[in-house]
Design a protein around this ligand. Structure first.
Ligand code: PCA
Length: 205
């Protein structure tokens, strides 16, 4: 069986020139892996990002959805375990919206667990010598918002799709002017993504 994957990365935000998640999406396409991968960029805008992610899911009909985003200052790749039904931003989105303590989906559950094999992925990343952790909170900004929207859509339509989220540290060029902030090379991020996909595929086959 040929597996179909939908990858998403975000556009830059908070004044950055790049977003490591989108750079990783673009770089993985260059590898010409033996997987059908569609990569799409999401805006850092409440509602729009969630609706676009669901529209891409409808269009691509993937077996696996792996969303990615930047977690500036993180030392490790963080594989998210759960998304919660709450937007509560400390900074405005890219359209200037600041959203506080608001429910994402009035009909939705309080939270949804990611359906990718989170523990296997983090174990495999660590075995490969890549700093990786399970994260028990994707925050309450756009990354949680998109993961929640996708998991809610999958659950509501009982789709046989794995979905999850990987937060990535800054790229070295982003951390260059931020003393004390960690970064990770694009090569390692791409390797992290391919390892994560291998683990997702291994539980389908
Ligand atoms: N990271 C943000 C939103 C976009 C991104 O790349 C987050 O962690 O919510």
């Amino acid at each position: 069986m040929r597996v179909g994957v939908l990858l998403t990365g975000f556009e830059p935000f908070k004044g950055e020139a790049v977003n490591p998640s989108w750079e990783t999406c673009k770089a993985v396409l260059e590898l010409k892996l033996d997987i059908d991968i569609v990569a799409r960029q999401l805006p850092v805008v409440f509602d729009e990002a969630r609706k676009q992610a669901i529209a891409f899911c409808r269009e691509v009909k993937p077996d696996i959805i792996l969303h990615m985003g930047e977690a500036g200052g993180y030392t490790h790749v963080a594989v998210e375990r759960i998304a919660i039904n709450c937007d509560d931003a400390k900074v405005k989105d890219n359209k200037g919206i600041l959203r506080g303590n608001q429910i994402i989906e009035p009909e939705g559950q309080d939270g949804y667990f990611a359906s990718i094999p989170v523990v296997r992925i983090v174990d495999a990343l660590k075995r490969a010598g890549i700093p990786a952790v399970i994260s028990n909170s994707a925050g309450t900004y756009l990354c949680n918002h998109v993961l929640y929207g996708t998991l809610h859509y999958i659950k509501r339509h009982a789709l046989p799709v794995q979905a999850g989220f990987m937060h990535l540290p800054y790229l070295p060029q982003q951390a260059a002017d931020k003393p004390g902030k960690a970064s990770m090379s694009l090569d390692l991020m791409v390797k992290s993504l391919t390892i994560a996909l291998e683990e997702c595929i291994s539980v389908i086959k």
